[in-house]
Design a protein. Structure first.
Length: 255
């Protein structure tokens, strides 16, 4: 009897590994802390956050692993618990355009909560990444029972729509140096009284995100350095020397 039970247990574990090869364990308290970092869940009470945490599956991907591909069935959304991912589309000639980067606490593909049958873009880990996966049907059932969640979803999607509007404006109306200035300004942090931007992505990846090529991006970096607006430091850190000037360039100042 004991032998039969052990065989059954090992077989179930084996089948689960086949079905969910990238799924890992995470304490529910850790999942709850990740959920509290997101704009959708950070205003919810503890009991509701714990309920959402119970819906989450923890998934781990290595660099270059896909979370989903364009046209895959959109059955759920992800929350980045640790790491970095890109959402991108590829053109017919093989060119890639990066739509968004997502880091800790960011939600990915929450539009799948609505009437999307397939994902409109692909999502790839740029470094080892852990994410929480929530099935659409499970979450929608919870939303119906908790109106506060509905408001949170609408707020989250409206923020994403504003980001898309800004991205379209920049790609269609701004030159590359202006787009680079916008990226640096939006991703700046303050350290010891100085403003810096840490580039945790390659310049090839950044060029794809800004809708250009590496050579053109390099010229834009050089232009900002020649104007003494920025200075490149070691280990991917960009120090912003003239914050107000960087913002003016981001807004389209002729240089």
């Amino acid at each position: 009897m004991i032998i039969s039970y052990v065989f059954y247990y090992n077989m179930v574990a084996f089948l689960n590994d086949i079905a969910y090869p990238s799924e890992v364990f995470m304490k529910i308290e850790t999942i709850m802390e990740t959920l509290k970092q997101t704009s959708l869940f950070n205003s919810l009470n503890e009991d509701l956050i714990k309920t959402v945490a119970g819906l989450c599956r923890v998934v781990k991907k290595e660099a270059s692993d896909l979370f989903f591909e364009i046209q895959d069935p959109a059955e759920g959304f992800y929350i980045v618990a640790g790491g970095l991912v890109k959402v991108f589309r590829t053109s017919m000639d093989g060119g890639e355009h990066i739509l968004h980067f997502f880091r800790d606490g960011d939600m990915v593909a929450e539009a799948a909560l609505f009437d999307l049958r397939v994902y409109p873009a692909s999502c790839m880990a740029l470094e080892p990444t852990t994410a929480l996966y929530v099935r659409r049907d499970d979450f929608i059932g919870l939303v119906y029972r908790n109106p506060d969640l509905s408001i949170g979803v609408m707020n989250s999607l409206s923020k994403r729509l504003r980001k898309f509007t800004v991205m379209i404006e920049e790609l269609s109306l701004k030159h590359v140096t202006s787009r680079l200035a916008s990226f640096l300004y939006e991703n700046k942090t303050e350290m010891s009284g100085r403003f810096v931007c840490r580039l945790d992505i390659s310049k090839v990846t950044l060029a794809s995100h800004l809708g250009t090529i590496k050579e053109t991006l390099s010229r834009s970096f050089r232009k900002l350095k020649d104007l003494h607006v920025i200075e490149e430091k070691a280990e991917g850190f960009i120090e912003i020397l003239e914050l107000a000037r960087l913002l003016n360039i981001a807004h389209g100042e002729n240089i």
